[in-house]
Ligand binder design. Structure first.
Ligand code: ADP
Length: 489
């Protein structure tokens, strides 16, 4: 199958979160299944500087402005990468979505509208590249207009729209609709209009032949008012076309047996290597290690979604016990300040590193005993999978991808060697405290603990499994694509 994969970030070229990891891994895994996959991405400065041998392959007009399509390859692969080079929209340093003051770029609608129009022209083989995809796979709101624009065409590929996080929807004032040169036929409540405004994500949800999200549990949750972010009605109405496919992880990059970023490599037969990493992590963060103390870690964006406020509220209680904590993250100022307060007050128990640090993230996964992930909602989540692979037992709120990837340590599951972590039902401080206590009890029983670690380390979180499921979804999307001439094979 020929697949055009449209996305707004891709590791290691540009990354703000898990979406970039998917951008790097899924096309690679599809390629390994012999699919002809090509990726479309905006040409941000960081992308251009990290891609050698950029070659202009087409000139485009997007919303009456010129743009060039540059060709490169996805790093460490031979997968073609097309970049929408439009300096007036993308030649800006830093975060791809936010300006230096932390608020969204004021012309984000035009910027990602341009990405969508480029995807549309490529999908219809209109730019002279002599390549037409069977499938256009769109990811998150930044690409949501592609399925909508294509829906008005006859000789079009089938479309799959993947929701990586429903909380981000790309909502803009109604007048943006005309500025983006969108066809009038798309402006109605069952189209791009959302309470009188333009919604990019609705383009994907209303018009894609298939919709997916990144875990089966999140696929169910988003059809309810608690998780649907106002779109639960739309999602329920399209539930026949909605599937959940768990993300994988890059098992080469996240492998404790070969990881170049950790102090000592190890595997499940030589778990003692974790102790060396614990020591190295503690030294790196100036945390005086206490014997017998479990080391609890958190890595992630410091936003309410990740339950960092629950952790902050639980700290006054947890600090009375012999736990030590490591936090790596950046985000909202109040949460950053809250963590710094605890690190200043209890320097022997709490270490905080604010910022984004890929290498340190690996050392944290290798050195910690327990990983805290009490996310209020979690479409899939990656760190709980990295943790299991590194023998670091995750403590998670049982939601979305966390529910699908962490097997709670009930007595039965422990006995059957199926358990891989500790999960709790409600996102409350009390439930989090109970879960930590339960994990501590397990930690104090070495043979049970080792079995928990080993079961987690043996789980298959590879992308191969997910890519095969996506291929199946592509087939279904093609079968369900509304009438129109079939594309040449
Ligand atoms: P989300 O995409 O919602 O932020 P995910 O768990 O899906 O959450 O993915 C987050 C990714 O970003 C993971 O690869 C995680 O390790 C990484 N990450 C988040 N914050 C940091 C940080 N401060 N330093 C290093 N890596 C981080």
């Amino acid at each position: 199958m020929r697949i055009l994969f449209v996305i707004s970030e891709l590791y290691p070229l540009v990354k703000t979160g898990g979406l970039a990891d998917v951008g790097a891994s899924l096309p690679k895994a599809l390629k390994e299944l012999d699919q002809d996959v090509r990726v479309l991405l905006p040409a941000y400065p960081s992308v251009k500087s990290r891609c050698p041998n950029l070659k202009p392959v087409a000139e485009l007009r997007l919303m009456d402005r010129p743009a060039t399509l540059l060709e490169a390859v996805v790093p460490d692969t031979d997968i073609p990468l097309w970049l929408v080079d439009a300096p007036h929209w993308f030649e800006r340093p830093g975060n791809p979505y936010l300006g230096p003051d932390g608020s969204p770029w004021p012309d984000n609608a035009e910027r990602f509208g341009a990405l969508c129009w480029a995807g549309f022209h490529l999908a219809l083989n209109q730019v002279g590249l002599n390549w037409q995809p069977h499938i256009v796979h769109c990811n998150d709101w930044q690409t949501g207009l592609v399925p909508a624009l294509l829906a008005l065409e006859t000789n079009r590929p089938a479309t799959l729209f993947t929701i990586h996080n429903l909380a981000y929807q790309g909502i803009f004032p109604a007048q943006t609709f005309t500025r983006l040169k969108l066809p009038k036929a798309l402006w109605h409540v069952e189209g791009l209009e959302f309470h009188g405004q333009l919604s990019f994500i609705k383009g994907g949800l209303m018009y894609a032949d298939k919709i997916s999200t990144v875990s089966p549990t999140y696929a169910k949750e988003i059809q309810t008012p608690s998780f649907g972010c106002g779109l639960e009605g739309v999602l329920k109405a399209r539930s026949q076309h909605l599937a959940g496919v768990l993300n994988g992880i890059d098992t080469d990059k996240w492998n404790p047996a070969t990881d170049p970023w950790i102090a000592q490599t190890y595997d499940l037969k030589a778990l003692s290597g974790k102790q060396t990493n614990k020591q190295a992590l503690a030294e790196h963060l100036n945390l005086p290690l206490r014997a017998e103390s479990p080391l609890l870690a958190f890595i992630g964006r410091l936003v309410a979604q990740k339950g960092i406020d629950l952790i902050l509220q639980a700290l006054p209680y947890l600090i009375r016990y012999p736990f030590q904590f490591v936090f790596l993250g950046s985000g909202e100022r109040d949460f950053e300040q809250g963590l710094l307060y605890w690190a200043r007050r209890y320097p022997g128990q709490v270490a905080v590193h604010l910022g984004y640090d890929e290498a340190l993230a690996h050392l944290v996964e290798a050195g910690a005993d327990l990983f805290l992930m009490p996310s209020r909602f979690e479409p899939c989540g990656l760190n709980q999978m990295y943790s299991q692979r590194y023998g670091t037992v995750p403590i998670v709120h049982r939601t979305g991808g966390l529910a699908d990837t962490v097997v709670d340590a009930t007595p039965d599951r422990l006995a059957n060697r199926a358990a891989t972590g500790v999960s709790f039902e409600h996102p409350s401080v009390g439930a989090l405290l109970e879960a930590v206590k339960r994990a501590w009890l397990l930690y104090s029983q070495p043979s049970l603990w080792h079995s928990l670690q080993q079961t987690g380390m043996l789980r298959d979180f590879s992308w191969r499994r997910s890519a095969a499921e996506y291929c199946w979804l592509y087939q279904q999307a093609l079968a369900e694509r509304k009438a129109g001439p079939t594309l040449s094979s």
